[in-house]
Ligand binder design. Structure first.
Ligand code: NIG
Ligand code: FE
Length: 413
């Protein structure tokens, strides 16, 4: 008889998602699953995974009868902007009038209006606000997430945002991975001098390293923001200092950020709505993970979505994320993104689960830690009020979480 802390019995479908690496292209059609399963947790880690009946070998402090429900690894959200001040509900009327996202930015709104609010907010205020959003993400089944800065656009506020993320990394149940996105927009004070601004952002990298404030550096490569050439030299400088790279690439206008991400062997290229055939081929070759954000395309009111099927046919590793932010995707609901992925990206349920667990974890350098249920790994587990894994993308707009378990502890119900 083995003593364990928590025993999950009577699991209908257990998605283990076990995989030695990220799943590229057609590999995403495979789903590692055990039907009628039992899972045991001890000392915060997965201690045993097996078939129904094996529960008799365990004596558990607590047992949860899963009543034939679906059980999966905690979801991984590999692209969020969760630390910010204020909100932007006033932009809805502009959207309804058809004012494009980049025009709102050009007029000093959009990202720049969130920058004002984020500069005004104290560190404590930002911690509390972000904690509120993270709690909500957790309640939707996310146990690991990336978080970007990018609403400071000056040294003081960028560092403030990253310190807020660090505080939350140390205190919130969600495991957080930080990305420095100082190059998110051109601040008003540098309207005519974007190059000077980028250089200013690069001077922060040593301190960011020293204080362990971020692992990745990201840039918004877009019309009216940063060019491909500016992005290349900026990201190369960050890479030389030992940072992993991410890019907001080809989100609105197809500039060639996808090719740049592949050239620089970025860990991920994100958005990719306008990625070219050539860019997609290059991603497959470089192993750069395509992080697709269909919630953003939906919220920007576009009809054309990222070509997920083409990417997977070409052998690209695809991950999915919310892009949670106050402007282009104000939702923490990653389950809603499953439905967008199904209907707008034409991804199958198997591909969606791989994209939100294994591949999402690899997209933020946590492939060895998160996104899979494997004996010996941290027990980040979600019990869903769903009879099978296909149910989540299908029944949309509501929260299907029954219980979220982080490192073996029940953290959300
Ligand atoms: O990923 N595109 C740039 N950044 C975010 C939006 C940020 C905002 O509008 O506040 C994005 O869509
Ligand atoms: Fe983003």
């Amino acid at each position: 008889m083995q003593h364990v802390d928590l025993l999950l019995t009577n699991i209908g479908q257990l998605l283990t998602m076990e995989s030695t690496g990220p799943k590229a292209g057609k590999e995403m059609q495979q789903l590692e699953m055990i039907e009628d399963a039992v899972l045991a947790i001890a000392n915060g880690k997965v201690a045993f995974i097996g078939e129904k009946g094996s529960e008799q070998h365990f004596k558990a402090k607590k047992t949860i009868d899963c009543q034939s429900k679906l059980v999966t690894p905690g979801l991984v959200d590999p692209h969020t902007h969760v630390v910010f001040g204020g909100s932007r509900e006033h932009e809805m009327a502009l959207k309804q009038q058809g004012v494009p996202y980049l025009d709102i930015l050009k007029q000093g709104g959009g990202i720049l209006s969130t920058v004002e609010k984020t500069r005004e907010a104290s560190e404590d205020q930002l911690v509390e606000k972000a904690r509120f959003h993270l709690d909500r993400m957790l309640s939707y089944g996310v146990t690991t997430a990336e978080v970007k800065s990018g609403y400071g656009l000056n040294g003081e506020t960028e560092l403030k945002q990253l310190r807020v993320a660090k505080k939350l990394r140390e205190s919130h149940p969600i495991d957080l991975v930080s990305t420095f996105l100082g190059a998110h927009a051109i601040p008003k004070e540098h309207k005519e001098t974007p190059q000077v601004f980028l250089e200013e952002m690069l001077t922060l990298l040593d301190q960011i390293k020293e204080e362990q404030l971020a692992e990745f550096v990201d840039i918004f490569t877009e019309t009216g923001v940063f060019t491909v050439e500016q992005s290349r030299s900026y990201l190369s400088a960050a890479q030389a200092k030992g940072f992993g790279l991410k890019i907001h690439a080809d989100e609105i206008d197809p500039l060639g950020g996808t090719e740049l991400a592949a050239d620089l062997k970025a860990i991920s290229a994100d958005h990719l709505v306008g990625a070219s055939d050539e860019g997609i081929k290059k991603l497959a070759q470089s192993g750069t993970i395509a992080v697709l954000l269909p919630g953003t395309t939906f919220y920007l009111g576009k009809d054309t979505f990222a070509r997920a099927r083409k990417m997977m046919e070409e052998g690209v590793t695809v991950a999915l994320a919310t892009d949670f932010n106050p402007g282009s995707c104000p939702t923490e609901n990653i389950q809603l993104i499953m439905t967008f992925a199904a209907l707008k990206l034409k991804m199958t349920p198997e591909e969606i689960w791989n994209a939100m667990t294994v591949n999402a974890a690899f997209a933020i350098g946590r492939g060895e830690k998160a996104g899979q249920l494997v004996v010996g790994r941290g027990a980040d587990v979600v019990i869903w009020d769903a009879p099978n894994y296909m149910y989540l993308p299908y029944h949309y707009g509501v929260n299907h979480v029954n219980t979220v378990i982080k490192n073996g502890c029940v953290v959300s119900k």
